[in-house]
Structure formats: C-alpha cells, structure tokens
Design a protein around this ligand. Structure first.
Ligand code: T3D
Length: 262
C-alpha cells in the first residue's frame, strides 16, 4: 500500500510508513487516515515486515486533523462520528499490532498527530520536534487516546498542565518526563530509527509481540492477574521455534537466527 499521501517503503525486514502532506504539516484528512490504517494493517499481516517505522515528510510529523476541512460556515460537524470512523481505529490498530511500531517524530506533532505518535511502541524524536496538545486552543478535548496514554506516561499533574494550556513540550523535555523514549539529533533521527527497527526486525517476533501485549495489559491488571497472564503467555512463547532457536544459539555460543515465526 503506497499512495502519495502515505508512502510505504520496504526496509530490511521492516516497513517505513511516511505521512506525506508536508505543505499541511501532514495534517490528517479522511483519505490519509484510511490509507495509514491500511498501511499499518498490511505491514502487520506481511510475514516479511517484522517491525514498522512511522514518520512524516518535510518539517513536521503531523499537525492533527486538517482544520481546512472544518469550516464553521459549513455547519456543525459530528466530531464523535469522525473520531469513531478515523482516529479511534488508528489508535486501536497501533496498540493491537503484533510487531513493534517505532515512531520517528521528525518535527512538530500536534493534536491527534501527537497522540498517534505517542500510541506507538517506541518513540524517538528529533531534538527540534515538539509535542503540542493543541486541542485546548480550538475548544476541543484531547482525543486519539491522549488523555489515557499521556496521563499514564507522565502522570496527572503534567498531563493536565500540557493539555489545559496547549503548551509545546520539547523533545528533550518529553524524554526527561518519560513521554517518549529518546530525543536524538535531527540529522541522526532516521539512522537511529532504522538501526533500532532493524534490530527489532531480527528479533523473536512472536515473543516481542507477546511482550508488548503483556506490558499493555499491566496498565489495568492487578498483580495477580498479571502473574497469571505472564504464566500463560510464557507457556505460549515456549512453544515457538524462535524460543528453541534462542536456547540452542545460547548453548552453541552463536548468534541466534530468529525466523520470526511460531
Ligand atoms: O475534527 C475532528 O475530526 C476532531 C478531531 C480532532 C483531532 C485534532 O487533531 S484537533 C487539533 C488540530 N490541530 C491543531 O489545532 C494544530 C494546528 N496547527 C498549529 O497549531 C500549528 O500549525 C503548529 C503548532 C502545528 C505548527 O506551527 P508552525 O508555525 O510551525 O507552522 P504553521 O505556519 O502554523 O503551519 C504550516 C502550514 O501548515 C500552514 O499553511 P500555510 O500558511 O503555509 O499555507 C498551516 O496553515 C498548515 N497547517 C498546520 N496545521 C494545520 C494546517 N493546515 C490544516 N490543518 C492543520 N491542523
């Protein structure tokens, strides 16, 4: 899947998905939303793609909903419907993907653009990038899972401050607060993102996918529930060929060659 609004490129064992409306800072239109969801679904279903990089073209990552499509003179839109149709499926897909999704935030990430980035599994950001919960500036509430994700990542005090004020959060501060994994020099962003993703793509894909699900479940499980879930999931992981290969490689003192299959 590749059209001019969302570009898909194959890396070595992974897919690079790039939002591509640079003149609008990659703001979301229905077509871009739908195409992005299709690209993520296709990567998740493709046995040759064992990880994904999500990034943006030009100087921005994504400025959220394209406000050019929301002219108040056209009447009152049903924003609940657009969220149900476009944004929520995207966040659900990112969380449910069985392969790691690395977000390389190349520039400003605002509104739903920020929360799509923060729903990814590992977030790297160029030092010049900023995260802006822009919703307050236009009379909306944070969406795309922002109130859930951001509050869990940085706590209520910081979440309320950035969401009520709409103040930009720099990449360095985002790293310091634990909102993202790492801020990197602008010209090193894609090199680092590719190195990390390539490494993950060569890993024990089923085990990595199960690890992601366990971490996500931990947010709402009790310790007892999580212990049981870890037991059941480990039982499953122990049946994979990658587990057998990992142990054999260790015993034979050689690098493991994971096939990324059960
Ligand atoms: O509606 C629904 O379905 C509900 C769901 C909502 C989800 C949301 O995401 S709501 C939040 C929408 N996004 C925003 O409110 C952010 C709006 N943009 C900005 O505040 C600023 O553009 C930024 C802080 C992101 C970046 O500022 P700056 O100074 O670096 O760039 P700029 O000059 O403002 O923008 C560059 C161009 O992109 C400019 O176009 P021009 O003048 O060169 O022709 C600007 O109009 C355009 N642009 C930026 N953001 C959007 C946009 N065009 C349409 N929609 C945008 N969101």
């Amino acid at each position: 899947m590749s059209d001019d609004k969302v570009l898909v490129e194959k890396g070595d064992g992974y897919a690079v998905i790039k939002l591509n409306r640079p003149d609008r800072l990659n703001a979301f239109t229905p077509v871009q939303n739908t195409t992005l969801l299709e690209a993520l679904t296709q990567a998740d279903d493709d046995a040759d793609s064992r990880a994904v990089i999500l990034t943006g073209a030009g100087r921005g990552f994504c400025a959220g909903q394209d406000l050019g499509e929301r002219n108040p003179d056209d009447g009152t839109p049903d924003l609940g419907r657009t969220i149900d149709t476009y944004f929520n499926p995207l966040i659900r897909k990112l969380r449910a993907m069985q392969i790691p999704v690395i977000c390389a935030v190349n520039g400003v990430a605002a509104g739903a653009g920020a929360n799509v980035a923060l729903a990814c599994d590992i977030v790297l950001a160029a030092k010049s990038a900023k995260f802006i919960q822009a919703f307050a500036k236009i009379g909306l509430v944070p969406d795309s899972g922002g109130t859930w994700t951001v509050t869990r990542l940085i706590g209520e005090a910081r979440a309320k401050a950035i969401m009520l004020t709409g103040m930009p959060v720099t990449a360095d501060t985002a790293e310091e607060w634990g909102l993202i994994w790492k801020a990197v020099d602008d010209d090193a962003l894609m090199t680092e993102a590719r190195a990390l993703t390539s490494n993950l793509a060569g890993g024990a894909t089923v085990g990595l996918g199960l690890t992601k699900m366990l971490i996500q479940a931990a947010g709402t499980n009790t310790l007892d529930q999580q212990l049981d879930l870890e037991r059941d999931t480990q039982r499953d992981a122990g049946t994979t060929t990658d587990y057998a290969e990992g142990v054999s490689a260790f015993l034979e003192r050689r690098p493991a060659q994971f096939a990324g299959r059960r």
